[in-house]
Design a protein around this ligand. Structure first.
Ligand code: NAD
Length: 345
């Protein structure tokens, strides 16, 4: 079977990880074009990845590169426009989260994707592909914890990378709830099998006031209501002193499942004067290394088999609608109902 030729746009913190995964780990794929705005960094990436077809402009890559699909890993406020352009150019699309930073632009992406059922559209919710989350999902589907009724998500970036986060997490990222919390909003829907109907969120800055000065929060919490009475809570933060910590709990009528209650770097345990020590996971590429590879493999497998993925453009749109309502609730300090209005239904 012919290899799927992929062009990638955005070669920053995550983009280089995805580019290496496509080039070296994705069966049936070939990394054939790169797009990055900084010409020197683009050249360096081309040399590292042995890719010669280089572009500083996304639209030029779409027009001129000999590619079947694109991976969009640019700044979040570019995703929607680029995804629509790529679909119109007849390319399969892998789009990093969030699909866009407003519900309006996500509805446009959804409309463009649903108009081209012949093209694969894959929103990058990599936690769904992480082996531990997959395992939890299988146990829930098998009825092991009964009916799941409560989702608890905790997501914290490490304080050690705060400067990077301050630089990256500005307006273009959509803020704490859109940028970081969105993974848990997607997982809450996935595990509980239902969309939240309302949210009350709070947030503040306790080490770095710059987040509050920008109208954002360094740390925040959100509580979600569901029509059936199910519940979800989220705690997200930018400055965990101990490292990168993503922990999830799903509580059901017969039991519960916890994923990564100890966010360990690896399986080693140190026995020292200060006690028994497990070093903490350092960052997202380390924690989700396998998930990033598996999601790209799933994207390429869908293209080769002519199938759509289990995670859809509508999942991407709904997660942004939840994140947008969460951000508004935090800013307006009140409970808000979540609207899932769409152009199409
Ligand atoms: N799924 C995850 O776990 C996860 C983790 C980190 C980041 N992300 C997402 O990935 C995206 C990139 O994040 P990052 O941390 O790599 O950011 P980054 O700032 O390190 O890199 C972004 C790159 O995109 C380039 N870029 C921005 N706009 C562009 C445009 N219009 N055309 C071409 N290039 C453009 C920038 O020059 C930079 O090289 C974000 O949307 C973020 O939400 C997802």
């Amino acid at each position: 079977m012919k290899k799927v030729r992929i062009g990638i746009a955005g070669l920053g913190r995550l983009g280089m990880t995805h580019a290496r995964n496509i080039a070296y780990y994705t069966v049936g794929a070939e990394l054939t074009a790169l797009c990055r705005r900084d010409p020197d960094a683009l050249q360096a990436a081309g040399e590292e990845l042995s890719v010669q077809d280089l572009y500083t402009d996304f639209d030029e890559m779409l027009q001129n590169a000999d590619i079947d699909g694109v991976a969009i890993v640019t700044a979040s406020d570019s995703h929607a426009r680029q995804a629509i352009q790529a679909l119109r150019a007849g390319k399969h699309v892998f789009c990093e989260k969030p699909l866009g930073i407003s519900a309006e632009e996500c509805r446009q992406v959804e409309q463009a994707a649903l108009a081209r059922p012949d093209l694969v559209f894959f929103p990058g919710f990599m936690r769904r592909f992480d082996p531990s989350y997959q395992y939890a999902r299988e146990k829930i589907d098998a009825g092991l914890i009964g009916e799941p009724y409560l989702f608890k998500g905790f997501a914290a970036d490490p304080m050690s990378t705060i400067e990077e986060c301050i630089q990256y997490g500005g307006k273009g990222s959509g803020g704490l709830f859109m940028d970081l919390g969105i993974h848990d909003m997607d997982l809450a829907r996935w595990f509980l099998g239902e969309d939240p109907t309302g949210v009350f969120a709070q947030g503040g800055s306790f080490h770095y006031p710059i987040f509050t000065q920008r109208g954002d929060a360094e740390a925040g919490i959100a509580s979600y209501t569901f029509a059936s009475g199910k519940m979800a809570v989220l705690h997200a933060g930018r400055a965990a002193p101990h490292g990168y910590h993503v922990e999830t709990e799903i509580v059901g009528t017969k039991g519960s499942i916890r994923i990564s209650p100890t966010p360990r770097k690896n399986h080693a345990v140190l026995y020292l004067q200060q006690g028994v020590v497990t070093e903490c996971c350092e960052n997202f590429p380390q924690r989700f290394e396998e998930a990033y590879r598996l999601e790209l493999q799933a994207f390429v497998d869908c293209i080769r088999r002519g199938k759509q993925p289990g995670v859809t453009v509508t999942d991407g749109r709904k997660a942004v609608q939840i994140a947008q309502a969460t951000t508004r609730s935090f800013r307006e300090k009140r409970y808000l109902e979540i609207s899932y209005a769409s152009f199409l239904r």
